[in-house]
Design a protein around this ligand. Structure first.
Ligand code: ZN
Length: 152
C-alpha cells in the first residue's frame, strides 16, 4: 500500500465526470488499498478516486472506525428525509459548510470481488455516501453549501 497525494480544490480533476469500472483489475485493488491508507493518514471519513487523481467511479467511506466500505460504480437508489449539517472535504482542508442532505440513503455498488450489493445508511453515513458519490460526477459540497467557514 502507498499513500497518494490528495488533489486540492481548484484542480480541474475534481470537476470531471468519472468513468465506470468495467473490470476489477489488480490496479483497481491497489487503488482501493492506497485510497484507504491515504484517507486514514488524513483522518478522513471518505475519499473518492478523483481526489487521488484517478477518474474512475470508486469511493470509500469509513464513518465508524474499522468499518471500511468500498464502493465501485456506486449509485444512490433511494433517499428519504432531510438533514442539515456541517460538511468538510479532504480536498478543502479546514473548510466547512452547511449542507442539506437526505437523512437516509440506499446505495447500490460493486465490491472488490465483483459482487453487487446494497447498503442503507442514515445521518453521517448517508451524508458521506452523497458527498463521495457527488465527487464521481465532479460535484463538490461547496456547490451546495449555504455558507462556508474556515476552521483551523
Ligand atoms: Zn470530498
Amino acid at each position: 500500500m502507498a499513500k497518494r497525494k490528495i488533489v486540492q480544490y481548484g484542480d480541474d480533476t475534481l470537476r470531471r465526470v468519472c468513468r465506470p469500472v468495467e473490470t476489477i483489475t489488480p490496479s483497481i485493488l491497489t487503488l482501493l488499498d492506497d485510497m484507504a491508507e491515504t484517507m486514514h493518514a488524513a483522518d478522513g471519513v471518505g475519499l473518492a478516486a478523483p481526489q487521488v487523481g484517478v477518474l474512475r467511479r470508486i469511493a470509500i467511506v469509513e464513518v465508524e472506525q474499522g468499518q471500511l466500505i468500498e464502493l465501485i460504480n456506486p449509485k444512490i437508489i433511494a433517499r428519504a428525509g432531510e438533514q442539515e449539517g456541517s460538511e468538510g472535504c479532504l480536498s478543502l482542508p479546514n473548510q466547512y459548510g452547511m449542507v442539506k442532505r437526505p437523512m437516509h440513503v440506499t446505495v447500490r455498488a460493486t465490491d472488490r470481488h465483483g459482487k453487487e450489493f446494497e447498503m442503507s445508511g442514515s445521518e453521517l453515513l448517508a451524508r458521506a455516501f452523497c458527498h463521495e458519490i457527488d465527487h464521481l460526477d465532479g460535484k463538490l459540497f461547496v456547490d451546495f453549501a449555504e455558507y462556508m467557514e474556515e476552521v483551523e
